[in-house]
Design a protein around this ligand. Structure first.
Ligand SMILES: Nc1ncnc2c1ncn2[C@@H]1O[C@H](COP(=O)(O)OP(=O)(O)O)[C@@H](O)[C@H]1O
Ligand SMILES: [Mg+2]
Length: 271
């Protein structure tokens, strides 16, 4: 395993690289990776914005923000032209880490946006006002390939795909890659697949190892060296509404996300 170096301090901040965490399958670690990668990059002095783009609001809750008490959410930013990105952003308990919260209101946006002009680029336009304030913007997508996810792909420079190390993990990935390719061709030529991250890895089982082997065979060096092992500390941290890096800073799970942050910086896909 490569020992990825600690990222050099940044002399100045922005403009942000925008990365969408996507997989239309639920329960694969999108939100866990968004929250903990964001917290790890923030620990390394990066200014990070998490955009909660799932009406379930799990990223918001995981960062200690009750999205049902938020005065404004990403829904307001998408649907009301008088609302600016900075009006929606809230600070979290983690230094350098801000959040745009989401709640169930966002599910209405999917329907309401359909009638809009340039409906696929609504999020892209909405984020432009704050891109200069951050080094990295991570978008936590909902488990679907619908219009909200397409908006995330249009706003993004790169895509990170968390992939559970379980049988059938690859099922659906072809469709995801096809969607990414369509968005590249038609709407966002700069979009690239930055990384595929093996999550929920259980080294004690042969099948976890076999799945990761076949994912590496299929996707080569897109797959990160860093794998995220299965541990109950992750659900524990989300119950505590904290990233694992502050909930259990010395736990192997916290070290894994710090290593992922270092690897992604070394690959040039995070600041
Ligand atoms: N590495 C892990 N080990 C154990 N549980 C995990 C791990 N990653 C995520 N989980 C748990 O699995 C569930 C789904 O993860 P989540 O990140 O919410 O997935 P998604 O956003 O893709 O639906 C959550 O309860 C989360 O706490
Ligand atoms: Mg999620």
């Amino acid at each position: 395993m490569t020992d990825f170096p600690e990222p050099a301090a940044l002399a100045s901040h922005g403009p942000a690289r925008v990365v969408a965490l996507c997989n239309q399958k639920g329960g694969v670690g999108k939100t866990t990776t968004t929250v903990n990668l964001a917290a790890s990059l923030a620990e390394y002095g990066r200014k990070v914005l998490v955009v909660d783009f799932d009406p379930q609001g799990a990223a918001s809750a995981g960062l200690g923000v009750n999205p049902n008490e938020a005065e404004l959410t990403i829904y307001d930013l998408l649907m009301r032209s008088s609302v600016k990105a900075e009006d929606v952003i809230v600070a979290t308990n983690v230094d350098n880490l801000d959040l745009m919260p989401a709640n169930i209101d966002l599910s209405a946006a999917e329907v309401q946006l359909v009638g809009e002009v340039a409906r696929e680029s609504t999020l892209d336009r909405a984020l432009r006002g704050v891109e200069d304030d951050y080094d990295v913007i991570l978008i936590d997508c909902q488990p679907s390939l619908g219009l909200l996810t397409v908006n995330a792909l249009v706003a993004a420079h790169g895509v990170i795909i968390p992939l559970a190390s379980e049988y059938f993990a690859m099922r659906g990935v072809a469709l995801l890659v096809e969607t990414i390719t369509k968005v590249q061709d038609r709407l966002n030529p700069r979009l690239t697949i930055d990384a595929i991250i093996p999550t929920l890895y259980d080294g004690r089982t042969l099948h976890s190892q076999e799945v990761v082997e076949s994912v590496r065979h299929g996707f080569g060096d897109k797959v990160t060296e860093t794998m995220i092992h299965r541990t109950v500390k992750f659900p524990d941290a989300s119950v505590a509404a904290e990233p694992i890096t502050t909930f259990a800073p010395q736990h192997a799970g916290a070290h894994a996300y710090r290593q992922l942050a270092r690897e992604l910086v070394a690959r040039g896909v995070a600041a």
